[in-house]
Each structure stands twice: as C-alpha cells, then as structure tokens.
Design a protein around this ligand. Sequence first.
Ligand SMILES: C[S@@+](CC[C@H](N)C(=O)[O-])C[C@H]1O[C@@H](n2cnc3c(N)ncnc32)[C@H](O)[C@@H]1O
Length: 505
Amino acid sequence: MIAVETTQLAELAALLKERVGLHIRPDSYPALKLAVAARLDLLRAATPGAVEYLALLGGPTGDEELRQLLPLVTVGKTSFFRDERQFQALDALLPGFLARASGGGQPLRVWSAGCATGEEPYSIAMCCAQRRLEPEQVELLATDVNPEAVGAAARGLYDARRVRDIPTSLLGEHFDREGDDWRVRTSLRRYLTAIRPHNLVSVGFPAPASGGWDVIFCRNVIIYFDTTTTRRVLEQFHHALAPGGWLFLGYSESLFRLFEGFDLSEVNGAFLYRKPEEGRVRLAAPKPRANVPSSPPAVRHVVFPPPAPRPPSTPPAPATPAGPPRPEAEAEEPLAPQEFLDGAVALFSEGRFGAARALLEHHLEHHGEGLAVRLTLANLYGVLRQYDRARQSYQAALAVEPLSAEAHLFYGIHLLSQADAEGGAQELSRALFLDPDLALAHYYLGRCREAQRDPQRARLAYRNTIEASKRLPGGKRQAFLGYYPDIPEDGAAFARAAEYALAAL
Ligand SMILES: C[S@@+](CC[C@H](N)C(=O)[O-])C[C@H]1O[C@@H](n2cnc3c(N)ncnc32)[C@H](O)[C@@H]1O
C-alpha cells in the first residue's frame, strides 16, 4: 500500500469538499486512503505517489480523475437493509421464486452489482432465509470494482455500528459475536455463491449458471457514471436479466430520460424496473438525453400480498398518513411515497402552498428522507419566502445525496437569490462538475459572476449556457426529481437569456 500522510488525506478531503461538496470526516480517512491506492494502482507507474496524485487532481485532467475517484471514495456508503421499502418489495417477490424453485424449477438468481462491503448481499440473503428459501435454491453473486471492498464482503466481519440496522432477531440468527464485532455465520454465507471483483464499466457481465438473472441490485452505483456509460451499463443489465427480471436501482437513480427498455413498476411502495416478458429493448436515442419525455413514464402498480411482519427492531413500515390534507381524501389505502409527492406537486401547482407544504413535511416525518421531496419542499419554502427553511432543506437534500447535481444546482440558485453570489457560484460549479451539460447551471453561474463583478467569467458562463443548450435534446431542459414550477421546460429560454446577457455585458 502506498504511503499517504494524514495531511495529504486532509488536503484531498478539502479538495473533495470544495469541488463536489462531499464531506469526508477524519474517521473515514482510511477509506479515502484505500480509494487513492486503488486509483494509483490503476494508473500504474504514471503517477507514483500521493503527492503526484494530488497534483494530477489539480491539473488539466483533474476533473476526469476526480470523477473516477468518487465512486471509490463513497465505498463506505452502504448499510444493512438500506432502503427498507426495497427489501419489502424483494420480500414480496420471493414467494413466487420459492414456488418455482421448490417445483424443481430454476433457483432464484440474484446479482448484487456494486455490493460494497457486503451489507447489501447479506441483507438479500437474510430475506431469502426469512422466506425459507434454502441456500441451494438461491444463486447469489456479489461483485464490486473495489477489491478491498470485495475482501471485506468476503470476510463478513462488521463492527457494532454497522450491524445496528439489522433487526435483533436476525442478528442473533445469522451472526456470531467476535469481541466487539459480528461475523456472518456460515449458514448465511452459504447463500452467496461468489463474492468477487467486477467492473461494471467493462464488456463482460457475469451470467448465472443457466438463463438470466431474476433480480439485479445495482443501487447507488450508476449515479457516479456519465450518461454514455450509464446507458451502456443498463443495456448490459437488460441483456443479463431473464425476461420478467427485476432491476433494483437507488432511490435517486431514475432511468426515465436514459433508457426505455424497462417497465417501471411499483411493488409495495418501491419503484423497480422490470424487463418485459417478451424481452423488447427500446433504447433512447443515441445522443445524450435525446427523447427526454416531458412527463414521467407510466407506472405499473404490481399488487402482492402484504409482506410478512418485520421483526421487532426493524424500522417501521411507512405509516398510514393522518392529519394533513390528502390529495384523494376518499382513498382507503395508505398513500405510496410517489403518490404523496404527486399529490403535493398537484397542490403546489394549483397555488395551494400551505397544503402542499403540510403534505411534504408530513411525508418526511413518516417516510424519512428523500431527495425529490426535500428538493420540492426547499423550492416551496423559497416560494413562501421562508428562506432559512429553504436553505436548511437544500442542505438536508445534499446530506441525503451529496453528489446530486440537481441539489447543488437549486441550492446555488437559492443562494444567488439571497445575494450570496460566492456561495451560489460554488454550488453551481459543483453541479457543473457532476453534470457539465446543465445549461441552467451555466446560466445562473453567469449571473453569479456578474454579481461578483467578474464580466470575463460571466461571459464564459453565458457562452457555455448557449453551447450546453444546443446539446439539449428536443430543446427541452433536463428532467428533475424535484418540482420547480418557475423553471421553464423550454431549454432554449436559457440560451436566449444568455444571449441577452452577453449583449448587455
Ligand atoms: C455507494 S456504494 C453502494 C453500495 C450498495 N449497492 C448500496 O446501495 O448500499 C457504491 C459502490 O459502487 C461501487 N462501484 C463504483 N464503480 C463501480 C464499477 N465501475 N463497477 C462496479 N462497482 C462499482 C463502489 O466501489 C461502491 O462499492
């Protein structure tokens, strides 16, 4: 392992904070060191040490290198049963697979791609065990690009902080205590057919012993890829899945402007992508963000029997909302998270701001953090002139997803509106680092530069707006997770505004 001084790690952490807003605490420096070592290993002799690596990050190709480093830095961001609703959805799918395997058919074939240190595949294994699938009835593959993470997953040893998300009964059933740590029992480990390194940005994708994967978990991984890479990876997932197979992505990883080969389904409150039974592939047009739909895709609501009751220490399932206004007062069923958001957006767009705010706040209280809700609420607070709350809400959104270009973009716009041009410029630069095509961010960066009395950089930002707008497919601006009624759909509006601004400068 290369020698990296603590001061160099602190410098790197400061650079990550400055450039992408990622906050790395000193207790995560060991993970940062591993990430640098992994990058240096890939770069081979060209960049021999940490000092040279820091120089590389500051150099002309620094942005590209930083994008490569980011996924490795975020390796620690995982937990057991991360996103409870998705595990409830998996739980709802398992009886069907059990019936198939028990009838002498295929075992359940699951791939956890980007498994980090193993919390995800072991959570899947615990779900299978709960549903009485035997290890022989499950083919579960866990892979990650980071060999250190793969090693940790294979060791299956977790400290007390990491296992706190596991319900007590499951912890007792599947883990043995080793000093202060907990080790995965062999009986659970047997569910994992293999744990090995695999780079998703490569040509070969693993296949199960026969047929395609029934389920692929690839959560919180593709957010770090650029559009072209993401499309390629999705195409390969599509190919690797069995007809009717399910793709579990992270909460903020919407495919709706990227790839059209999957159907979007809601299973017990979680949004999953499903390969159609007939195996049809409909790729979005080859140019980035071509065919951006103006409205979200249709969602199939897949109804399964209610999931088995969770063990006692499991975080509570989404509660039936009570109190604040519901968009469909006559509905008997609890609202799914997306329905809450849709209801709030409908109220917001009708100008019923108080009711929309109550619904969004209630949603956060009962369902926990979510990027789309946080951002919509932050924007709503801005409309209501509750600026402190707006700022707090943007910051909370960034705590949920520090690498969300959208969150940096709208936080930046908010700061500019509060006469904080410097803070705004910083957030907008971060947004543009994460997504250089965001014409909107270029435009508002120009406004910040004007406010900072820097006409030269303002001109550059406005020219970038015009260039980025030309790349917008169908002239429409990018789709966002949050709801911002003041932002025109017409992407060319920003190019025109940039042209006026340029003429006036
Ligand atoms: C934020 S973690 C997500 C872990 C887990 N899927 C979850 O949601 O809790 C992202 C993981 O993706 C992995 N990763 C990043 N780029 C990858 C690639 N090209 N191929 C495979 N894994 C990758 C990282 O090493 C890291 O372990």
